[in-house]
Design a protein around this ligand. Structure first.
Ligand SMILES: C[S@@+](CC[C@H](N)C(=O)[O-])C[C@H]1O[C@@H](n2cnc3c(N)ncnc32)[C@H](O)[C@@H]1O
Length: 259
């Protein structure tokens, strides 16, 4: 009955937080893994890679590059996050327009329907530019199909949304902008009529499954090889060439993709 007066026991719990030692060294192992998986090399940018991967790890409470390496080998979601984080998706409408105009001429003079591949498509500006240029040349949409592929899942999500900033559409005339986009809240939203002309799929060009895409009459592969070393560029070129319907048709590489 006297329990009410009993002195409250002092049970101060000490929260012992285990502080894991951090070891963000040996970035070379991550660089090598990333190159083997994606082709992308950071050979000349090791300190940039180290800073970026350190930030990636700290955000996820991953305490060392060794731990990260172990985790991405068994966790596809985390591996994809790292790929999305480390690949560069810079692109814009009507980039290197001359090549797109060349393609338009080839399609115009083709006697059959054509299949076009953009590998990589990044956030969609390139395949959508091709669709716009073909329509502007009065080519009926039933005469072509366009597929865009990329390894970066976030870029493909943006391609599906097709909502662009001013800098992405800077090369388009006001007439094209008015014809194919709705301008709202500082965004240029591409019309569904153009969106429906492009199919996006997630692929790593080095994966065997790439073959399931079939063959293409025209292939664009611009500004991806710049991230590969010479050996990997040649490998990628051979893979892309194996996707051609006509072996004599040159692939449209970017001017910076030089071998
Ligand atoms: C700079 S963008 C080029 C986009 C567009 N072709 C252009 O020229 O504007 C490079 C793209 O290559 C993609 N990429 C890098 N390695 C790849 C791989 N192994 N397979 C597929 N896409 C890859 C990146 O995710 C990125 O979106």
């Amino acid at each position: 009955m006297f329990s009410f007066f009993k002195k409250k026991e002092h049970t101060e719990e000490k929260v012992i937080q285990k502080v894991e030692p951090q070891d963000y060294n040996n970035i070379e192992t991550i660089a090598e893994y990333f190159k083997n998986e994606t082709g992308v090399t950071f050979e000349k940018q090791m300190s940039i890679l180290k800073n970026k991967v350190t930030t990636f790890c700290k955000k996820r409470e991953i305490h060392s590059f060794a731990q990260l390496l172990e985790m991405i080998q068994s966790n596809n979601e985390l591996k994809q996050e790292l790929i999305d984080y480390l690949t560069t998706n810079e692109t814009f409408f009507y980039r290197e327009l001359k090549q797109i105009q060349e393609l338009v001429e080839l399609v115009k003079h083709s006697s059959s329907n054509v299949k076009i591949l953009c590998a990589p498509s990044a956030t969609g500006e390139e395949p959508y530019s091709i669709a716009i240029a073909l329509l502007e040349a009065a080519i009926d949409p039933s005469r072509f199909s366009i597929t865009g592929i990329d390894i970066n899942s976030e870029a493909l999500q943006k391609a599906h949304e097709a909502r662009y900033k001013e800098r992405n559409v800077r090369n388009l005339s006001t007439q094209l902008l008015a014809k194919y986009f709705t301008h709202s809240n500082n965004n240029y939203v591409l019309h569904d009529s153009i969106k429906s002309l492009v199919t996006f799929k997630q692929f790593n060009i080095f994966d065997d499954s790439l073959k399931t895409l079939g063959k293409f009459d025209f292939i664009f592969s611009r500004n991806m090889l710049i991230y590969f070393d010479t050996k990997t560029k040649i490998k990628a070129k051979n893979i892309l060439e194996s996707l051609r319907t006509d072996d004599s048709q040159e692939i449209f590489f970017g001017h910076a993709d030089l071998f």
